[in-house]
Structures are given as structure tokens and as C-alpha cells.
Design a protein around this ligand. Structure first.
Ligand SMILES: [Zn+2]
Length: 219
């Protein structure tokens, strides 16, 4: 509908659940929503290509999270009997490759509770029980309101998950989720004006790239 305007258009689409699930330390769902964003970008690029590439497409995060992929969770680690979940975190050469089933037509594996899966952890968190497993029943809820109604405590729902361990947080107790972090983020661009996107840029420069692509204020 927007493309009917002969003067062009501006459309901003946010895949906001990546952020919300990252706050909740629910990394499986955050990755699924990243796949959804990837699908949206691919469809947009195909749409622009069919028009003759007259559309600037910018893909960028509005901030980072202190969450990183550090290896795999490996349930099949049989070297030690009854090995605690923590000892099943495979890093460096022990990480190997995850064994998710092949992705479906939209790019999603049809299950995430496989025996060797992504190990993603946050560097900023409230007190919470780390289960080292995807939350299949409902999105993760790491901390809940404490008895004093002003601070949050680790959610006991996950306490008895086999191998779960209490991880003490490093955020104020009045916070129930992880937070944003200050790294530079990646900005990718295709289409007219994309050549202006390179190197290290202030975010205010991105505004100029967009304004010029729209033909506004060039005088
Ligand atoms: Zn956020």
C-alpha cells in the first residue's frame, strides 16, 4: 500500500521480541524471533529487487544486550556419570556443533530441546535459577516479586528442574530482568545510499543517510 505513493515512503519494522526475550533470559525464543527478522529482511530485499532496487533497506539493532553464545549444552557428555548440568557446557573445541533438526521452509528447527544445543548466557542478571534448558511450557520468568513487594527473587518454579543451579545476580534487587548494554551495533544496508554506510558511524549520521535517500532537505 505504501509503495503506491509516487514520492516514496518510509517504513520502520521492529522485531521487538528479540529484546523482550533477551531481557527474560529466554534465548531460544530470542533466537527464533531473530530468524523471523531474517525472514522479514529477505522478503523485503526480494520485494526491492523486483522493483529494480530503488529502495534503501537498513537493518540495525537499537542497542545490544550483554548476552553471548559461548558454546553448546551437551547432554550426551557421558565421560562422568551424573555429570552436573554446568559441566555439560561445552566451550572452545569441546563445543562442537549443535544437533538441531534441519530447518523447515521458514528457517526454524522444529524442536529446540535437542541433546546438543546453543549455550547462551547473560553477563547481567537478577538472581535466577539457571536450568541450562529451553523453556518449552512458557516463556522464561527468571525472577518474581519477593515478600517485601519491592525487590525480586529467583523464581522457585525452576528450582527443581534437574541440574538447575541458583545463579546470584549482579543487578539491583529491584530489577527482575536483564538489561541493555553499550557496545556498538551492526548496521547493514542495501540499495541507493547504502554506500554511505561503512566503518564506524555515529547514530545521528544514519538519520542523514535516510533523509538523503528520501530526497528531503538536500538543499
Ligand atoms: Zn529492551
Amino acid at each position: 500500500m505504501l509503495a503506491k505513493n509516487p514520492n516514496g515512503f518510509f517504513l520502520m519494522v521492529e522485531s521487538g521480541l528479540i529484546d523482550k526475550y533477551a531481557h527474560a533470559l529466554d534465548f531460544d525464543r530470542a533466537v527464533y524471533d531473530t530468524i523471523m527478522l531474517d525472514n522479514a529482511v529477505r522478503q523485503t530485499k526480494e520485494w526491492a529487487k523486483a522493483r529494480g532496487d530503488d529502495t534503501l533497506i537498513l537493518v540495525v539493532a537499537d542497542h545490544n544486550h550483554p548476552n553471548s553464545l559461548i558454546g553448546t549444552m551437551n547432554d550426551d557428555m557421558k565421560s562422568v556419570p551424573n555429570v552436573p548440568m554446568r559441566e555439560r557446557v561445552g566451550t572452545y573445541e569441546k563445543a562442537g556443533f549443535p544437533n538441531y533438526p534441519a530447518p523447515d521452509a521458514e528457517g526454524y528447527p522444529n524442536r529446540v530441546d535437542v541433546s546438543r544445543r546453543l549455550a547462551i548466557f547473560s553477563a547481567a542478571a537478577p538472581d535466577y535459577y539457571e536450568t541450562f534448558r529451553p523453556k518449552l511450557d512458557a516463556p522464561n520468568l527468571p525472577a518474581v516479586e519477593g515478600a517485601d513487594k519491592t525487590t525480586f527473587v529467583a523464581n522457585e518454579k525452576y528450582k527443581d528442574v534437574p541440574g538447575a543451579m541458583l545463579r546470584f545476580g549482579n543487578l539491583p534487587a529491584m530489577m527482575n530482568a536483564s538489561v541493555h548494554s553499550g557496545e556498538d551495533v551492526i548496521l547493514t544496508a542495501t540499495g541507493p545510499g547504502a554506500e554511505r554506510v561503512h566503518g564506524s558511524m555515529d547514530n545521528t549520521e544514519v538519520f542523514r543517510v535516510m533523509v538523503e535517500a528520501l530526497g528531503l532537505g538536500s538543499e
